[in-house]
Design a protein around this ligand. Structure first.
Ligand code: SF4
Ligand code: FE
Length: 481
């Protein structure tokens, strides 16, 4: 049942009967919920693209595990070209949805777990790698959406997991039962969790001897007993509930939750790390680097949408020919393509792991993400500048349709006569969504904190840059001792 369509995906996720705590009540059917529908639509986009003749070749690939044709969103990268194609695919999805399409976290987790379990088995004689291969082959053949869950609540940041007042502040193995383990804890900021079939739980940091209980990696179905979801609010999220799509701005959207694991039983065949503290850091570092590469595609795609909307609103305002406007749009393109260059560079220079799948260039992936913590903010500033103040003061769709207010809005918001006023309003609402509304969660806050905050990238850059070699070369060049 490989290669689901968007419709088949939506049916399969509805079959899970997931529910969330949402604005003080139980959500009911998520597929019918206005706050979740836009995000499910964004995930469905990744399935439909595998059937679209224009994008099929980019999205479809042969599995290294089961040899079937699969969606690239479940692929274990077999070459640097695969890594490059991943970034191109993400850019395409970002440009088509102007939001987080949520499906890359599981892909990045899978590639990190695949190589880490192989190396862990070699050292410790465990059998995690075969377990993971069996599991992931099933994911590929059923074209499932998997959420990678890494970020623990972390409690007092100055204390280690075992020193917290509540040991659940880092997700842990709480109990052992015949045939499996019981996990307890929570994962925060879980993108797309409500739209996923499975969860790959990973440790959040490098664990030390004595912290074995927290060095756990495992797979859990999203509808497993004991798993609860608490919806995370976004700026202007209830705009998604507006009857008129004009006020919504973007028909697509991301979505995050807090996920609670209350004594969840995980059978042995779904456990991929259990106490091997020396591999927790490897897993974290690889997952984070893959996801930092991912931002070199997805955020660039959203940037494409913002640049397109900015150029269009400039035409609608009648200022497209002004030199300072052209210059600002070129600046936006330059920033966006700089991010893309990093995404491509860290992919093209990726190398095979001992397990055989390809890992990104860690230094360049971190440079990529560090740029992402800055450039989308500058793109948003330039878009706000070009769009004009109406971005923050525009009347509603209901007023546009009002028999008294409507004619005034049409009269006084008319600009370039080649464009209807309502179209001008639609473009402004999309820009508003991305720079200040619900879309800014994905485009700005997530650009800062998703895949780790800037300090995490600086630490990795410092570690990977081989400064000593640069110093040695200068010494050598100058004949110093
Ligand atoms: Fe994919 Fe980007 Fe969303 Fe992460 S933030 S899941 S890379 S779209
Ligand atoms: Fe993300």
């Amino acid at each position: 049942m490989a290669l689901k369509t968007g419709k088949q995906y939506l049916e399969s996720v509805a079959d899970l009967k997931l529910e969330a705590h949402m604005l003080g009540r139980k959500s009911g059917d998520l597929g019918e919920h206005g706050l979740v529908q836009p995000s499910q639509k964004a995930v469905a986009f990744t399935f439909d693209a595998a059937h679209d003749p224009a994008t099929r070749d980019l999205f479809c690939v042969e599995s290294s595990l089961c040899k079937a044709e699969i969606n690239r969103f479940t692929h274990l990268h077999q070459s640097a070209e695969d890594l490059v194609n991943k970034v191109k695919m993400q850019r395409y999805c970002g440009a088509g949805t102007a939001c987080c399409f949520q499906r890359c976290v599981g892909l990045d987790a899978a590639n990190a777990i695949y190589s880490t379990t192989f190396e862990c088995d070699q050292k410790h004689g465990t059998d995690y790698h075969q377990r993971f291969k069996d599991y992931w082959s099933w994911i590929q053949q059923n074209d499932l959406v998997v959420d990678g869950a890494m970020t623990d609540p972390k409690g007092d940041r100055g204390k280690r997991p075992k020193d917290q007042v509540d040991p659940d502040l880092f997700l842990r193995v709480k109990e052992r039962r015949p045939g499996g383990v019981v996990i307890s804890g929570a994962k925060l900021h879980q993108t797309g969790m409500l739209n996923s079939h499975e969860i790959l739980v990973m440790p959040t940091l490098t664990m030390r001897p004595g912290e074995e209980a927290w060095a756990v990696c495992c797979a859990v179905p999203t509808n497993a007993e004991g798993v609860r979801y608490i919806y995370g609010r976004q700026a202007s999220d209830t705009r998604k509930l507006e009857a008129d799509p004009l006020d919504v701005g973007n028909p697509f959207g991301g979505q995050e939750v807090m996920t609670v694991f209350e004594d969840v039983f995980v059978p042995d065949e779904r456990v991929f790390l259990d106490g091997e503290v020396d591999f927790s850091g490897t897993l974290v570092e690889r997952f984070a680097s893959y996801h930092r590469q991912s931002y070199g595609g997805c955020k660039v795609g959203v940037g494409d949408a913002l640049i397109g909307a900015t150029a269009l609103i400039a035409q609608m305002n009648g200022v497209a020919g002004a030199s300072h406007i052209k210059d600002k749009i070129v600046e936006m393109i330059h920033l966006n393509e700089t991010i893309f260059s990093c995404g491509i560079a860290c992919s093209a220079t990726g190398e095979a792991t001992a397990a055989g799948n390809y890992l990104v260039n860690l230094l360049l992936a971190n440079v990529c993400k560090l740029n992402v913590t800055r450039f989308p903010y500058e793109l948003a500033r330039l878009a706000t500048d070009v769009a004009g103040g109406l971005l923050g003061t525009m009347p509603s769709a209901a007023d546009l349709n009002d028999p008294v207010a409507g004619p005034y809005i049409k009269k006084y918001l008319a600009a370039n006569p080649d464009f209807p006023v309502v179209d001008r309003m639609k473009v402004l609402r999309l820009i508003e969504n991305l720079v200040a509304g619900a879309g800014a969660v994905g485009y700005l806050i997530e650009s800062m904190h998703g895949a780790g905050p800037p300090t995490a990238q600086r630490i990795m850059i410092g570690r990977q840059a081989d400064l000593e070699q640069k110093v040695a070369r200068v010494k050598n060049m100058l004949g110093l001792v």
